[in-house]
Design a protein around this ligand. Structure first.
Ligand SMILES: [Fe+2]
Ligand SMILES: [Fe+2]
Length: 346
């Protein structure tokens, strides 16, 4: 195959990062990569910059595992027997854990597959005993930073049927209508491969029949764990189809996944890493218009739920897909709800 951009020299540098791909897959990957560069060049991304983005994923993930693994996390006691942890991993979405002591753990989004061992060790070091007593795993959507380690758990993860279909299709814009097919597919293969995505063949698919509404979002499922009762909302599909949002009314916790990202609380490094997808695809949202509607609606709902909770002397905790668990301050701004603790593997 003649390649203009994915030269032998470049592919040699990528060999380790792309090693899970077989020969046929690699061939297809290079073909799509060449095509992606030709699409993005007239849109303002120079070929060498595009190649640097692709390699940058592997470089960054590789440089932040093992002894170089770090995270910033929040530890929030919820009840007498449940403590909530939200870990901002080096790249990608948050790993959220409800530690219910004797009742085990519920994991909400797993982080990348390549961070699984690092996270397991981290849990032990911060006094949460690793993943071994996990009882429930929920994946909010099909992006590798949210479901990529789900295959390491002995139980099937719960997800939206469309999320499963996206995983099977191998491209994040499955189930959406836009003109980004090739860019989305190439990005999906890049990130899934380099982050060592591990999702099981069999999953638990949540219900999809609305059993109520929260603003524009249908409530499609209820999940109980250790006395908590989560409403599962179906997103409108702006970021990706089949995305789940969760709300626990008693605790006042809203999990927005990537429908609402708290960019202001991201470290520069995490924000830069986050922008790779935007630069490679053009937008990280499969439908920007719908994504705007979702953000607006979530902002409105968050303010409304917070006002309700305040009557009981509580406050809404907003747990975004990325960034610090936050609350709404007097000026209506999102600010970290608790202090952030830094974790370093070494
Ligand atoms: Fe994410
Ligand atoms: Fe995402």
């Amino acid at each position: 195959m003649t390649t203009e951009y994915f030269t032998r020299e470049f592919m040699a540098k990528m060999a380790l990062y792309l090693s899970p791909l077989n020969k046929k897959e690699l061939h297809e990957y290079v073909k799509e990569g060449e095509e992606a560069i030709k699409i993005r060049e007239p849109q303002g991304i120079a070929p060498e910059d595009y190649l640097a983005l692709v390699k940058g994923i592997g470089d960054y993930l590789g440089a932040n595992t093992g002894k170089n693994f770090t995270s910033d996390y929040q530890k929030i006691p919820l009840t007498s027997n449940i403590t909530f942890y939200s870990f901002q991993l080096p790249g990608g979405g948050n790993l959220n854990i409800f530690d219910a002591g004797e009742d085990g753990k519920m994991v909400l989004d797993t982080g990348y597959g390549c961070f699984y061992q690092d996270c397991d060790k981290m849990l032990e070091k911060v006094g949460v005993d690793g993943f071994f007593d996990t009882r429930v795993v929920i994946c909010t959507h099909a992006d590798a930073d949210h479901c990529g380690a789900s295959g390491y758990f002995p139980m099937m993860p719960l997800m939206h049927p469309t999320c499963k279909a996206i995983l099977d299709a191998g491209t994040r814009n499955y189930g959406s209508v836009n003109d980004l097919d090739l860019l989305e597919k190439f990005y999906t293969t890049s990130i899934n491969t380099m982050s060592r995505m591990n999702v099981p063949d069999k999953v638990i698919e949540c219900g999809t029949e609305p059993i109520g509404m929260r603003g524009l979002f249908p409530i499609i499922e209820k999940i109980s764990f250790a006395g908590m009762e989560f409403e599962v909302w179906e997103s409108l599909g702006g970021h990706i189809a089949g995305q789940l949002l969760l709300f626990e009314p008693k605790l006042g916790m809203l999990f927005t996944s990537d429908a609402f990202i708290n960019f202001a609380t991201l470290s520069k490094e995490r924000a830069d890493y986050c922008s790779i997808a935007d630069s490679m695809i053009g937008s990280v949202n499969v439908d920007s218009e719908i994504a705007r509607t979702e953000r607006k609606e979530l902002t409105r709902l968050a303010a409304e739920l917070d006002a309700e909770l305040k009557k009981e002397g509580k406050q809404l905790l907003i747990c975004c897909g990325h960034g610090a668990v936050s609350k709404i301050d007097e000026d209506g701004k999102l600010v970290p709800a608790t202090e952030l603790i830094h974790y370093s593997a070494e």
